[in-house]
Design a protein around this ligand. Structure first.
Ligand SMILES: [Zn+2]
Length: 245
């Protein structure tokens, strides 16, 4: 059975189409790659969530998105700089920095996005590299965030702040190339199956993570194939619905 057939077989076992959502990271300006992404998602009537880097975001991006009706903005940290302590993996939100400095930057970023994107900006924080130090989490709701989005199934038990995670990364970051159809589809099918069997939180929509600026041709081809294959088989959600999912 090829991986597409395995995915279809899994979808056949769902009594109603499972929910999914799409998060794309690192947007700061309109580019040819962003246009390509907007075309793919609009053609498939899929809501698109752009994790935008506040400190680097251009007014041109806000202008470009002004007339889009189903493109939403999430906050991608502040400036996407790495501050990890020696031996730690890359992170912006944590490491050895003073907590107050991190929280002040987040607050500034949130205000900036609200100003540029108005109600298109959702109170969802996407930490760069999907990492945030645990001691920062209790402060997030006070800053106004309603959801945190990192990589992997969310915890089954309630946490400091609600999660709306992604589960599928289409890039292999060691080679910075397409991660390969078989492994991506296995992950997708695996998350759907785990939801169906209740070994992860069944109500968490399966999240696809893309990076429009880093994608090679194989990535783009795959995304076109994926939206096509999933058409009518899953329910893509987005926008404010993510705050309740
Ligand atoms: Zn990023």
């Amino acid at each position: 059975m090829n991986p597409w057939q395995a995915l279809e077989r899994e979808l056949d076992l769902w009594p109603a189409p499972p929910t999914m959502w799409w998060r794309d990271d690192d947007a700061i300006a309109p580019t040819a790659a962003l246009e390509r992404l907007l075309t793919i998602t609009a053609d498939a009537s899929i809501a698109l969530q752009l994790a935008v880097i506040p400190a680097l975001c251009t007014t041109a991006l806000a202008q470009r998105l002004a007339d889009e009706t189903d493109v939403w903005v999430l906050q991608h940290g502040w400036d996407h700089r790495g501050y990890a302590a020696p031996g730690e993996r890359k992170r912006e939100l944590g490491g050895p920095r003073p907590r107050n400095e991190i929280l002040q930057q987040l607050k500034r970023g949130r205000a900036l996005l609200a100003q540029q994107f108005a109600d298109r900006a959702l109170d969802i924080l996407v930490p760069p590299w999907n990492r945030i130090d645990a001691d920062l989490l209790p402060a997030l709701p006070q800053l106004g965030y309603r959801r945190l989005s990192v990589l992997g199934p969310r915890p089954a038990e309630p946490t400091d702040i609600g999660r709306i995670n992604v589960h599928i990364d289409i890039i292999d970051w060691k080679s910075r190339r397409f991660a390969g159809e078989a492994s991506i589809l296995q992950r997708l099918t695996g998350h759907l199956e785990a939801r169906r069997l209740g070994t992860v939180d069944a109500s968490e929509p399966t999240g696809v993570m893309t990076h429009h600026l880093d994608q090679d041709e194989d990535c783009w081809r795959f995304l076109a194939a994926l939206t096509d294959r999933l058409s009518g088989r899953v329910r893509w959600i987005g926008g404010p619905e993510l705050l309740e999912a």
